[in-house]
Write a protein that binds this ligand. Sequence first.
Ligand code: PEP
Ligand code: CO
Length: 467
Amino acid sequence: MTAPASPKDSFDLAGEFAELDAARPQPWRDAWRSLPAAQQPDWPDPAQLALVTAELASLPPLVFAGECDLLVDRIAAVTRGEAFVLQGGDCAETFSGSTASAVRAKLRTLLQMAVVLTYGASVPIVKIGRMAGQFAKPRSKPTEIRNGVELPAYRGDAVNGLDFAAGVRTPDPSRLLRAYHCSAVTLNLCRAFTTGGYADLHQVHAWNQDFVADSPAGQRYERLAGEIDRALGFMRACGAYPTELRSVEFYSSHEALLLDYDDALTRVDSRTGRVYDTSAHFVWIGERTRSLDGAHIEFAKSISNPIGVKLGPDTTPDDAIGLVKALNQDRRPGRLTLITRMGAGRIREALPPLLDAVAKEGTPVAWVCDPMHGNTFETASGYKTRHLDDVLDELDGFFQAHRAAGTHPGGIHIEFTGDNVTECTGGSYQLDADDLHQRYETACDPRLNRSQALDLAFTVADRYRRS
Ligand code: PEP
Ligand code: CO
């Protein structure tokens, strides 16, 4: 992220971090370590893990306190209905995917979606990548069995490899260091692409160049880009050259799942004495690890980053209130985002009671819809997939519930990639289950391809306008 919005912001960006002194008490560490932590790998060699986390603790922060604070301000605008979050990227990033071309393709898709949303919904879009750190996955089963052979489940490149071989699936702490370095490389590319001219709105056509001819979503986008071009031409003719159009504010995020990793990257902000997880601007706690008595929530309590929590369809109003009270004791707008992932069939009954209860409790929160994780199913041929119609149906339910409750639909959280993969069905290309084998490349959950991601952005802009 960059593009400070005001001189005050740019001053804050210079925030420094105190060196962590191992001899000094670090109470936040003891607090989460004394509680049960779900979904942690069985590291075979704890001594090696300790060496790795010590090294991580000595490495530079990837993000700065002032940047995290600025994102809190941006999300505070979301809680007031004055901005909308677009959060997305891979389900699981991979080390081999940390290349300039793959990162650029993802960013380009995110930028195109953001343009569609900004223009269509007429609201500022807060752009957060599931990027530069999304290397660890919770799993429904700790092991995987193939042809009678049982091995540890793949838990993301930060833990083990995807190939089904004993040596590869054994958790390896040195992968945490590689995750840090791949995050640094990815974030560096993101910072360069979003401020070095690539994200300049005058490039609105260029992002679409390789895409337009044979894609309905690309053609629709091209028409919108034409309108933006005319608006930019009009502004130029009036003598206006706003710097806001030349670069983009971009933030990184991942699930704070591997507490040894996120904890090793906590630093104390020397300006305020507050603790930040400097591995990403925004971190969230997943549906499987959000127990109020567990280590993940305790860890999240101790950091000052903006944070999210996933809420599945069985979340009760009491659960939601408990999390809101635990995670936003100061009732700070922008601190807490609730990311609902109910499933298209459940959202209309499951979301309204939560909206009601949280509104009554009174703490401001941003409500974001993850329409992916409640809509996964397996095809007859064994592919894990999602249908774009279900994804859009959940989004419809999200907008309807907020309209009925008088609360703000604050954003979307999606899994997509910049490439033309065939992992989800539906969309303007009408992919069906028989097409999935063509380019099924995900390391974990099925992602929208670029065309489906744009289809989704057009629909969301339309729903937002009407909500
Ligand atoms: C995810 O976001 O990839 C994920 C595992 O989500 P959830 O915690 O909502 O299941
Ligand atoms: Co996922």
